[in-house]
Design a protein around this ligand. Structure first.
Ligand code: GTP
Ligand code: MG
Length: 212
């Protein structure tokens, strides 16, 4: 069975270790497909694709979990490069991503330029390699851990992100999404991405994408 088909919506989740990527995939799929780390050390070590088969979700969504950025795995750039290598390794033809969800903990009271959401425009060439020329509109700056912070504080941080660090991206068409760590919120995010994908011209061949 092919890993991906021509109609698939392939969504890659990236972000720092512990930002909730694997938990989100479990909420979105409604099953424990991704290992969630409850300890202080990094959890996900490999790139892993999971097809969403939950009937309440769009049926052609594939979610891709990635290792979190940290000293052991490397910078956000290195993780994006690993995603690119992985796509080339598993697919015979070039595959473009429907979306990259860049996770950021709203509970963090600092953001570094080395973090993907600290200076997202720095990653534009890699985003283009993965998503195509209109890559900016495929990026969803996704905030997590809203229950860990007073909502007013979180809203203030989000406004700062949108007016400084994320300004260029948002003005050029990236979306920002508050993920509330619930099935409903995960589903809403997938539906937004599915809606955006449906509006774009098709970029994949009608034959589909065969695995190597
Ligand atoms: N309070 C709170 N905890 C969360 C939330 N999302 C995830 N967690 C917890 O945060 C911890 C890390 O979550 P993971 O989903 O493993 O994070 P990850 O981004 O996949 O981490 P790596 O695999 O190390 O890159 C787990 O204990 C989760 O239960 C959230 O929205 N709120
Ligand atoms: Mg993980």
């Amino acid at each position: 069975m092919p890993l991906f088909t021509a109609d698939d919506i392939i969504i890659v989740v990236v972000g720092p270790s512990g930002s909730g990527k694997s938990s989100f995939i479990n909420k979105a799929t409604g099953s424990e497909v991704a290992d969630v780390g409850h300890r202080l050390s990094r959890c996900t070590g490999e790139i892993k694709a999971t097809r969403v088969t939950n009937h309440s979700q769009p049926s052609n969504v594939v979610l891709v979990d990635t290792p979190g950025f940290d000293d052991a795995v490397g910078s956000s750039d290195q993780v994006l490069r690993r995603v690119s290598d992985w796509l080339e390794e598993v697919c015979e033809t070039k595959v473009l991503l429907s979306a990259i969800l860049c996770f950021h903990r709203i509970s963090d009271n600092r953001i570094s330029d080395n973090d993907i959401t600290g200076a997202p425009l720095k990653h534009l060439s890699m985003f283009r390699k993965l998503c195509g020329e209109d890559a900016v509109s495929h990026i969803v700056l996704t905030t997590t851990m809203w229950d860990e912070v007073e909502e007013a504080v979180g809203r203030k941080r989000l406004a700062e992100l949108e007016s400084i660090q994320w300004k260029g991206m948002v003005q050029s068409g990236s979306s920002s999404f508050c993920y509330w760590n619930t099935k409903e919120s995960a589903r809403e995010l997938l539906q937004i991405v599915a809606g955006q994908t449906a509006q774009r011209p098709k970029t994949r061949s009608p034959q589909g994408v065969r695995p190597r």
